[in-house]
Design a protein around this ligand. Structure first.
Ligand SMILES: [Zn+2]
Length: 408
């Protein structure tokens, strides 16, 4: 893990000003970041409304951020992505600083590659793509259906996926469309359907993640959204979880089996517990009145176990549970995952799946014939700053010379 808080990779010449890229370090907080850059916390944090303050707690380790400096090395602008759709934009003009939430301008490309196994799928994918994320996605997709110990040198794999680009670099997690593993001449496929779940060739689901509601008889008072334009406040908001209204003291239940990875007091989310589950999932329980008996960092919890009690600590207007779900660090809608068991597609869904499968199989076969190499990032890209309407404010050329840090 990167220990340094600011690691500058590529100084980019932007006429007189300079853009520095840095990676948000795991465990860094927004307030310590402001302090380090000698930026005033009052206008950039304490004077913000509760939603914007909570958003600053959603910045995730490893994300690529940008600082625009003037020739005297004074900070002019900072961009910090919060999720796949919005970013924090700080501007500084002499003593005047502003905080706003603006949309991320990104482009999604479908990419594919094929490779012949030399050591193992995981190692070979990293060697060829320089991306641990792609390697992880591939291995995850097959983990319930294939034993990679039976993969031998000379076997083949194909991967087709969608990758988001921001400021010319890969951004966030790529999304698998289809992957194919050919072992001893036999082909095995995994497809991602429109419900974001993985299926085999027959339309049977491969991965069942069990998540139950974290509260009994809870009433949803606010749903999940990655980006929403608030028509009255005239700003962008995000709500990276579900709010359940409930009486203070109502027990909060662990949504699945897992390990408590953090349990303590935060500014925005008040008394906060995070539980890590298998498959890269983390659930988050905020604004608690009190933690459950014996719940602390490192506790092993069972699905349905009481881990805390509903309250209104932190930036909260009334008693409720804010329940968040993250997969590989990305906030996802908890409602999309709450279910009982793995399913098999049928009816209209099966027809749609078969149609999608035919299209993707054509791509895989093209890959097998052509054997394209993974996309390279060595190219000129425009650097864009967007205003609240998504319009570009400035535009400059930047040269990306390395993809070591591009994989976030
Ligand atoms: Zn909430």
């Amino acid at each position: 893990m990167l220990r340094f808080l600011l690691i500058f990779f590529i100084p980019l010449t932007l006429f007189s000003a300079q853009i520095k890229n840095f990676r948000w370090s795991d465990g860094d907080t927004y307030l310590t970041f402001l302090e380090r850059l000698h930026l005033p916390a009052k206008p950039l944090y304490y004077n913000l409304d509760a939603d914007d303050q909570k958003l600053t707690e959603e910045i995730r380790g490893g994300v690529n951020c940008q600082i625009l400096e003037d020739p005297k090395k004074q900070v002019q602008q900072i961009l910090i992505p919060v999720n796949d759709e919005i970013q924090i934009h700080i501007t500084k003009d002499k003593d005047d600083v502003t905080f706003e939430v603006i949309p991320i301008i990104s482009e999604t490309k479908r990419e594919s590659f094929t490779l012949i196994i030399d050591s193992s799928p995981y190692n070979d994918i990293i060697k060829v793509t320089k991306s641990t994320k792609l390697a992880k996605i591939f291995v995850d997709a097959f983990k319930n259906s294939l034993n990679f110990k039976n993969v031998h040198k000379g076997d083949k794999l194909v991967m087709v996926y969608d990758r988001m680009y921001r400021l010319g670099r890969p951004f966030s997690m790529p999304e698998l469309d289809v992957c194919m593993m050919e072992m001893g001449g036999k082909q095995h496929y995994v497809y991602r359907f429109k419900d974001d779940r993985y299926y085999d060739e027959t339309g049977a689901e491969l991965e069942a993640f069990l998540l139950a509601s974290p509260i009994r008889n809870g009433r949803i008072t606010s749903g999940f959204t990655l980006k929403r334009w608030h028509p009255i406040l005239h700003k962008f908001r995000a709500h990276l979880g579900i709010d359940y209204g409930a009486r203070p003291g109502t027990p909060i239940l662990a949504a699945g089996n897992g390990t408590v990875v953090s349990c303590g007091v935060t500014n925005g989310y008040g008394n906060l517990t995070k539980v890590a589950h298998s498959g890269g999932y983390i659930t988050l329980y905020a604004h608690q009145k009190a933690f459950g008996h014996g719940i602390h960092k490192g506790s092993i919890v069972k699905q349905g176990q009481v881990i805390g009690f509903v309250g209104t600590t932190g930036l909260s207007t009334g008693p409720h549970l804010h329940f968040g779900l993250y997969k590989d660090g990305r906030a996802i809608n908890p409602q999309s995952v709450v279910r009982l068991a793995a399913s098999r597609l049928s009816g209209k869904d099966k027809n749609a799946f078969d149609k999608m499968k035919r299209g993707l199989n054509t791509l895989v076969n093209q890959e097998l014939k052509q054997g394209t190499m993974p996309n390279s990032f060595l190219k000129l890209e425009p650097v864009c700053y967007a205003d609240a309407n998504g319009k570009q404010k400035t535009n400059a050329k930047a040269i990306s010379t390395s993809n070591d840090d591009a994989d976030n």
